[in-house]
Write a protein that binds this ligand. Structure first.
Ligand code: SAM
Length: 218
């Protein structure tokens, strides 16, 4: 893929229109909308496909994976209720678009990807754009114990169940957002850790993610 890091009026205008689309679909958090308006999503696309970058659609990024739909990224980010300086574990870095949105809303991000080709690309692209999360290569279904506990955990691939180790790595008062279901569709689930071994779960809208593959996953 040939990346080009140029952000013209055309792309900036397209981002503003995307924000209006997301507002109409129900995204309300001003910080999340400002992050979507700021992160140049076309930087994750080959220039040939820049005309697709600000459509509210998922798009292939190689290795059989996708850049998530902007609505999905905004929806999951909104559910995390991120406060400036929150330690956030992201499982499924992919191309890193969600990572940038999390950092724009003030999170300190720890992000893990299991596909080496995506990991290798993202560790170059994100710092070049000015985003410096802590990158990991490996199976995020077991979390990252070395940096736990986290204020928030976001899983950007569909899981069969909520992985137990992720709950353990969440601070009390912390929130986990994860799509749970079968290979075809998942419900977005939020888990608030109210006390050690005590959780409040909410099951929300239906989405379709690529599968979370790993020890505590598919
Ligand atoms: N967050 C990305 C974005 O900003 O568009 C989209 C991520 S894509 C929908 C899901 C990613 O999760 C894929 O890159 C996939 O390789 C990764 N993945 C799946 N299982 C994983 C696991 N156990 N650990 C880490 N990454 C995983």
């Amino acid at each position: 893929m040939a990346y080009k890091f140029i952000d013209n009026y055309k792309e900036q205008g397209a981002r503003k229109r995307l924000v209006e689309v997301l507002k109409k679909k129900g995204i309300e958090d001003e910080n999340v909308l400002a992050a979507i308006a700021k992160v140049p999503r076309h930087f994750f696309f080959d220039e040939t496909f820049w005309n697709q970058a600000y459509k509210d659609i998922a798009f292939p990024i190689g290795a059989g994976q996708t850049i998530s739909q902007p609505y999905t990224v905004a929806y999951q980010t909104e559910l995390l209720h991120i406060k400036k300086g929150d330690k956030v574990l992201e499982i499924g870095t992919g191309c890193g678009y969600q990572t940038c949105v999390l950092m724009e809303v003030g999170a300190k991000v720890f992000t893990i990807e299991r596909q080496e080709s995506l990991y290798e690309r993202t560790i170059k692209v994100l710092p070049h754009m000015g985003y410096k999360p802590k990158f990991f290569l490996g199976d995020g279904s077991v979390g990252i114990a070395s940096d736990a506990p986290y204020d928030k955990i976001i899983v950007t691939a569909g899981a069969p169940t909520v992985p137990d180790l992720l709950l353990r790595q969440l601070k009390i008062g912390g929130i986990l957002v994860i799509p749970v279901g079968d290979e075809k569709s998942q419900k977005m689930v939020t888990v608030l850790k109210t006390a050690e071994n005590d959780y409040e779960r909410h099951v929300l809208d239906t989405f379709r993610f690529v599968p979370l593959v790993g020890d505590r996953a598919w």
